[in-house]
Design a binder for this molecule. Structure first.
Ligand code: MRU
Length: 358
């Protein structure tokens, strides 16, 4: 069955991270950027789960979009099967995708959206109709993500003064989303609103999302960016050379605690020490009201190879013990404001989050 629904125009802002082409999902390979710009093609849920696990696609909202397409791809492959086998195969796809990475809640959020599509069409629907609906929902999730980032950018831009020197960590840009970005979306929108800014990008050891992805993405758009080693942030802050910090999020607990890329928490501590604002930009799909506080957020532990070397080159001694948590948790008390598509939440807490995301 050929669905080929490429008719839904995808507004492209920043780099194109994921796209639907000829019944397959194409994703830019973020493991090899910026040395190579290559799109990889996926036609199965297993392939998409592997792409999420191996960081071909990364960043909370982008992972959610990829997972939604993963379900559509599973449905497409199973759509000629009898209903029982179709639903059984889909359940396996849900399980495989859900297990691909643990911290970003956008993954399970997107899978829940797809499950609601199945539930809403009910027991009688034919596999072909369910498949069409699941693909449409994946397109909707992608388009909504770009819209949310645009809205977030609009709200966040008001917090960025002219001539701001902005520090960011990891990559919360177009590459981490369907387009425009969350933290980098705020920066893009501030520039569109006429602010002149300079971005300082932490290199973000161990996977180097800042050095490889943020630096490249901003340079593509001609946005002034200076790359720093993670350990240089403190000096710049102490010299008064940073006006604000803005990052994305992988999961926000009900009390406002934020899980984001490892190394975010010390930045928030330093921001408080030096009296500058620490902002977190994230869509409502990143807020998890089911977890009371950040201590309950599952923190992914990744393999030792990311710390002992990079890209096949090893610099640590063979056999050394390695600890490689991929995320940390910033307590809500250190966050000046959460920027969402529904507005800015200053000093986020349980009550404010329930009001905006409940
Ligand atoms: O391990 P990654 O690269 O998936 O981690 C990504 C981050 O921590 C981002 O800051 C977060 O997902 C927000 S992206 C808009």
């Amino acid at each position: 069955m050929k669905l080929g629904d490429t008719s839904r125009a995808q507004p492209v802002t920043g780099v194109e991270t994921l796209r639907w082409r000829d019944d397959a999902l194409e994703m830019i390979d973020q493991r090899v950027l910026p040395m190579k710009t290559a799109f990889l093609r996926y036609d199965s849920a297993e392939g998409v789960a592997d792409a999420i696990r191996s960081m071909v696609v990364r960043g909370a909202p982008a992972i959610g979009c990829a997972a939604a397409y993963g379900i559509a791809l599973a449905a497409l492959a199973l759509s000629r099967q009898p209903r029982g086998a179709f639903l059984e195969g889909l359940e396996a796809a849900f399980r495989i995708l859900a297990a691909s990475r643990p911290t970003a809640v956008n993954l399970s959020w997107a899978l829940d959206r797809q499950r609601r599509v199945l539930d809403s069409l009910g027991a009688a629907a034919a596999p072909a109709a369910l498949t069409r609906a699941l693909l449409t929902e994946a397109h909707v999730i992608l388009a909504e993500d770009i819209e949310a980032n645009r809205a977030m950018g609009g709200y966040g831009a008001a917090l960025v003064p002219d001539q701001a020197r902005i520090l960011t960590h990891c990559n919360a840009g177009a590459l981490a989303t369907a387009g425009h970005g969350t933290a980098l979306g705020v920066i893009r929108s501030a520039i569109e609103a006429g602010r002149r800014v300079t971005v300082f990008a932490d290199e973000t050891r161990p996977f180097l999302q800042g050095a490889r992805l943020t630096a490249w993405e901003l340079m593509q758009d001609g946005i002034p960016v200076t790359l720093i080693a993670d350990s240089a942030a403190g000096l710049l802050l102490s010299r008064g050379e940073i006006d604000l910090i803005i990052v994305g999020a992988d999961r926000v607990a009900a009390n406002g605690d934020v899980a984001n890329k490892i190394g975010t928490y010390p930045l928030a501590v330093m921001a408080q020490r030096h009296g500058i604002p620490f902002y977190v930009a994230c869509p409502l799909s990143t807020i998890d009201l089911t977890l009371r506080h950040g201590g309950l957020i599952p923190i992914e532990e990744r393999g030792p190879d990311e710390v002992t070397g990079f890209g096949g080159q090893r610099w640590a001694p063979q056999g050394v013990a390695v600890c490689n948590p991929a995320f940390d948790v910033t307590p809500a008390g250190l966050i000046s404001a959460l920027i969402t598509e529904r507005g800015v939440v200053p000093r986020p807490d349980r009550q404010k989050l329930r009001a905006i995301a409940g």
